[in-house]
Structure formats: structure tokens, C-alpha cells
Write a protein that binds this ligand. Sequence first.
Ligand code: AMP
Length: 191
Amino acid sequence: MRLLIMGPPGAGKGTQAKFIADHFSIPAISTGDIFRANVSQGTPLGVEAQRYMDAGEYVPDEVTNRMVRDRIDEPDAEPGFLLDGYPRTLAQVEELDGMIRYTGHRLDAVVVLTVDQEAIVQRLLQRAETEGRADDTEDVIRRRQEVYADQTAPLIDVYRERGLLIEVDGLGEVFEVTQRIFTALDVVPES
Ligand code: AMP
């Protein structure tokens, strides 16, 4: 399976991504996690990414695209993968299309978690307190929502037009949301 999970920052993508990936025995690839790992190891990629992340802006496409290309070239992603947090721009959609086409496969489905904006902001403020994420001040949280609305929300229509979209209500207990996702993915034929 080659899957994407989308939704605004704080919709619970990362948590659900792990369950979906385990279920299909594929790696969950989170660009945010890879960037954060690079930041904490002080790599050149981390140094470059950090200023964008701290401001709630997107890391430039060329940097992000190269990182994803390298990651899905790893042997564990050969049977499939679930991308969490990528693509986030129309340019990234095109780049991913190219990467998947090159492997001779296709994208199977795009799961979108739909949630109420205010509920999300509250959840993010709570997460900022418990995890102490540097990119989670209130201003940055609001900026990240704006950037998502401007640059990433339009991708939903692109995937809807391709007939790949699976919209799932992201509100409720984690296990309930997982069940909804599994039920919806059950009808997707594996490529
Ligand atoms: P996330 O944990 O997915 O919310 O990502 C945290 C931060 O990493 C984002 O706010 C961006 O600064 C950066 N980032 C993650 N994925 C991407 C992407 N696909 N394109 C650009 N920047 C990204």
C-alpha cells in the first residue's frame, strides 16, 4: 500500500499514522519527525530546517523533496509506505507523483482527518505544554494553521478529483478514529 495521511496540524495524524502503518506492515514516514531528528542531531539539514520550523513556515520544497526521495528509496519502503506530513504543497504533489511513477507503482489512497479548527488549536496548546515543542507557541500554532489553509488544504481537492480521497472524522477517542480509518481503508484494493 502507498498511502498518505493529511489533515491540519494537530489533527492527530502522527498517532493514526503509526496504527495504519503497523496494520499494513509498512513504514510510517513523517517529514516532521525526520526534520526534528535532524534538528536534535545538529545535522546541516537540521540547521537549515529549524528556522522555518520555529517560525511555523514550510521548509523549502527542494530540501523536503530530496529528503523524502532518499527515504522512500530505502529498502523498507519498497513494499509500500504511509507518508505523514508530505506532500504539503502542489509542487510536492508533482514531485511525489514522479517518485511513485518511477517505481512503477501508484498511490492507493489519501486519508484526510477532518477536525474542528478551535478543537485543534486547544489540543496543540495542550501538546505544547506537555511536550515543550519549540515550534508550539500560540503565534506559531496560528501561523501553522494559516500556512496549512493556504498551501496544503488545496491538495485535498487534487486528490478528491483523482478519486483517492478518504475523509474521516478525526474527532473522538484515538481508537474510534483508528476504527473509522480501517473501515474506510478496507474497501481500497491493494496495488
Ligand atoms: P509536522 O510535525 O508534520 O507538523 O512538521 C513540523 C514542521 O516541519 C512543519 O511545520 C514544517 O516546518 C516542517 N515540515 C514538515 N513536513 C514538511 C513538508 N512536507 N514541507 C515543508 N515543510 C515541512
